[in-house]
Design a binder for this molecule. Structure first.
Ligand code: ATP
Ligand code: MG
Length: 445
């Protein structure tokens, strides 16, 4: 291995003149990454780029996870080919992103993300890299692999697997941190969080997923810089929330985010209800929901964003609905009103597309309808397209002591039996249901 000279994370900064320290090259015989563990499509992309005369490296989570013996979620490629060059090489390629231009090479459902090496700041960068109050708003300034390594977030995410000789190239002592289980930002943590506050969420996500500890210098700024998340576009935070909670480590992530005071930056109303209630009675609903999500991910069952958000926002909805009911509002109306208010506040922080917020509202509103077990209503509810999600939600509520276990048992049985038995179960008791049928209240529909 090449000897290295001083300079944290492999870079020496002298009066803004950047001297790049020689990388550590780990030859094929000294690491465990094998082409057979890389997706065939990613290997294809790497070779095609190489054949076209470009540099081609696997980078990021793919390299990190393979070195840890884990299965990567996806494969990212870094190259010196410009996005337009990448497009001309692959027919199945689309260029995406204005803020950070990338090429997506499509193979059926798999997408290989190809990024051009980002460059260091230089004269003439205007228009390509846009920075406002320290935050990078656009970065389409290209450069060398050394410069690219420095633009990445964590040292363990800046390892490159070179398809030309199958070596791993380490510019930032990523291998050392990988072995120690440390997440360390490249460069000055505060500056890097200011450039992109989402890196704070990424730190917590990777720490939870990999069981790594965050380097103290990288966790200290969370308390002072967490507020910068308010400047991140709400649509980007939506994408990040999905990554935080649908990656299989939702519970750990949730607990860590709360520990660092970052959960409240994303879900202020939920955080407020959690802190308020915890003084008397610990709320376990959200934790249960996160645990449940992780189990479903592990079992490869579907987890929809609508269900996820219905869990994350339920506490404030439930509490507000209870307050409204105390003031005389009907149960269903209280739920609807509380849902409206909590959702509209939440949308100021994290965008939730309508295709998810509508079913989320339905899951909440249907909770009230489980109370009715006589006559036609249970049959209608069972036929509702959102029945299954609403039932799962009720199950979760009962597991955390919030809804009646007998009610859940009844609905579990009601679903399992045949239609004849269902009609028997919903038959009004003798003496009821005769004479004129009572019209259902409008609000019940
Ligand atoms: P995973 O795909 O498992 O969630 P990942 O590390 O691959 O983790 P991606 O979001 O796929 O994460 O990004 C790929 C790589 O791009 C990262 O490993 C990192 O090197 C770089 N990267 C992504 N987001 C940022 C960011 N906000 N700032 C700096 N570098 C980033
Ligand atoms: Mg990735």
């Amino acid at each position: 291995m090449t000897a290295r000279i001083g300079g944290r994370c492999g870079f020496v900064l002298t009066n803004k003149v950047k001297t790049i320290v020689t990388p550590t090259i780990i030859p094929r015989s000294e690491h465990i990454i094998s082409r057979s563990n890389i997706s065939e499509n990613a290997v294809k992309v790497l070779y095609r780029l190489k054949q076209a005369g470009y540099q081609a490296h696997l980078v990021g989570g793919g390299v990190r996870d393979l070195l840890l013996g884990r299965e990567p979620k996806d494969f990212d490629v870094a190259t010196d080919a410009r996005p337009e060059d990448v497009r001309s090489i692959f027919r199945n390629c689309r260029l995406i992103g204005r803020r950070f231009r990338l090429a997506h090479v499509h193979f059926g459902r798999e997408i290989i993300e190809v990024a051009t090496f980002r460059g260091a700041d230089s004269d003439g960068a205007e228009g390509k890299r846009k920075i406002e109050n320290g935050m990078i708003l656009r970065d389409n300034l290209y450069g060398s692999i050394e410069e690219d390594a420095k633009r990445r977030d964590f040292t363990v995410n800046a390892l490159y697997y070179n398809i030309a000789n199958f070596s791993v190239v380490d510019y930032a002592r990523g291998m050392q941190d990988l072995k120690a289980g440390t997440l360390r930002l490249l460069g000055d943590p505060e500056e890097r969080y200011r450039e992109d506050p989402v890196r704070m969420l990424r730190a917590v996500r990777f720490a939870a997923k990999l069981g790594f500890s965050i380097d103290p210098a990288c966790e200290t700024p969370f308390s002072t810089l967490g507020q910068l998340l308010a400047d991140v576009p709400t649509a980007r935070l939506f994408e990040e929330v999905l990554k935080l909670f649908l990656g299989g480590s939702a519970l750990q992530t949730f607990e860590k985010l709360r520990h660092y005071g970052l959960f409240g930056r994303l879900f202020p109303a939920t955080e407020a209800s959690l802190t308020r209630e915890e003084r008397d009675f610990p709320i376990i609903f959200v934790s249960r929901g996160m645990e449940n999500t992780d189990t479903r991910v592990r079992e490869e069952k579907s987890v929809t964003p609508a269900f996820l958000f219905s869990v994350l926002l339920w506490e404030p909805v439930r509490q507000l609905a209870a307050e409204l009911q105390e003031d005389g509002t009907s149960p269903l109306q209280a739920l609807q009103l509380a849902g409206d208010r909590v959702l509209s506040q939440q949308l100021e922080v994290v965008a939730i597309p309508r295709r998810f917020s509508t079913p989320m509202r339905e899951i909440w509103n249907l909770q009230h309808r489980f109370e009715y077990r006589v006559g036609n209503r249970p049959h209608r509810l069972l036929a509702h397209p959102r029945f299954r999600a609403a039932y799962d939600f009720m199950l979760l509520r009962s597991e955390s002591g919030e809804s009646d276990p007998q009610l859940v048992a009844w609905w579990t049985r009601f679903q399992a039996v045949d239609s004849e038995e269902r009609h028997r179960l919903t038959k009004p008791p003798k003496g009821r249901g005769r004479g004129r049928r009572r019209k259902p209240k409008r609000t019940d529909r």
